[in-house]
Design a protein around this ligand. Sequence first.
Ligand SMILES: Nc1ncnc2c1ncn2[C@@H]1O[C@H](COP(=O)(O)OP(=O)(O)OP(=O)(O)O)[C@@H](O)[C@H]1O
Length: 277
Amino acid sequence: MGHMGAGAPQGPQPLPGVAHVVAVGSGKGGVGKTTVAVNLAVSLGKLGYKVGLIDADIYGPNVPMMLGVTRQPNVVGDNRIEPLLAHGVKFISVGLISPGDKPMVMRGPMLHQIIRQFLMQVEWGELDFLIVDLPPGTGDVVISLVQTVPLTGAVVVSTGSGVALQDARKALEMFHQVKVEVIGLVENMSQMTLPSGEVIDVFGAGGTERTAAQFGLPFLGALDLDPKIRVGGDRGMPVTLAGPDSASVAAFYDVARKVAARSMELSEHNEDVIEIS
Ligand SMILES: Nc1ncnc2c1ncn2[C@@H]1O[C@H](COP(=O)(O)OP(=O)(O)OP(=O)(O)O)[C@@H](O)[C@H]1O
C-alpha cells in the first residue's frame, strides 16, 4: 500500500488522516456552489462521516456566514491552525483571514501559500472527506490544490441555464486538463414549487443532466430553488441540518450519498493505478 518508491518527492502528497479531498467548483458565480458545498459537508457529517470544509472562494468567502461561525481560528503549538467547528463540520475560510467587509486583495503566490497552509497547517485530524469550496471560474486555486494534494475528484455545480452551462463546460475542461476526475454534476436552483403546488422552471431544468450525459459524466441530482435554502444560508443554519430522514432535503442527501459512493470508487481505482505503474 502507499508509496512504491517511484513518486517524485516534490509532487502532491496525501494529507495524513484525510481519506478524500473533494473540490466543489462551478464555472459561473452565483449558481449556489457554496450553498451546495456547505450542505454537502453537513449532509456527509449527518450520514456519519468525519468532514472538513475549506472555503477557498477568495471572491466570496461565504462559508463562515452560512455555517454561522465567524470568529478567528486559534493558532496553536508550532504554528498550527485549529479549524472552527460548526454543525459537526470542521472548517477554515479565507474570509477569516480578512474578516468583515474588507475585500481581500491578493497576488498569486500569496494565494498559493494560503491554500497550502489551509491544507497542511490546519489540524484536520482524521477526516473521511475534506471538501474544498473553489472560487468560481477556472484558475489558480485549483492549480495550487492539485500541486499540494491528490484530489479524489470534483463536483461541478450549475443551473440549467445556457450561460451557466457554458461556464460549467469550461470548468469540466479545466478539471480534465489538470487531471482531476469529475465526480459528477449537480443542478442547483432547478425548479421552484409555489405554495399553490404549481412548479416553475426558472433556469431551464434538465440542462445540467443533459450536459452530464454529453460528457459521459454522472449526474448527481437536482436541487430545488427554494427560499428556505437561501434563509438557511443567511442564518448560518443550513437546511440539511433537518437530517437524512427529512423529505424536504432528500435531494441534498441523495447527492451526498452519491458523492461518497463515487469517491470510494475513484480512490480504489487510483490505488490500482499506483500499484500498476
Ligand atoms: N437552491 C437554492 N434555492 C434558493 N436560494 C439559493 C439556492 N442555492 C443558492 N441560493 C442562494 O443564492 C445565493 C448565491 O448562492 P451561493 O453563494 O451559494 O453561490 P456561489 O455559486 O457559491 O456564489 P459565488 O461562488 O459566486 O460566491 C445565496 O444567497 C444562496 O443562499
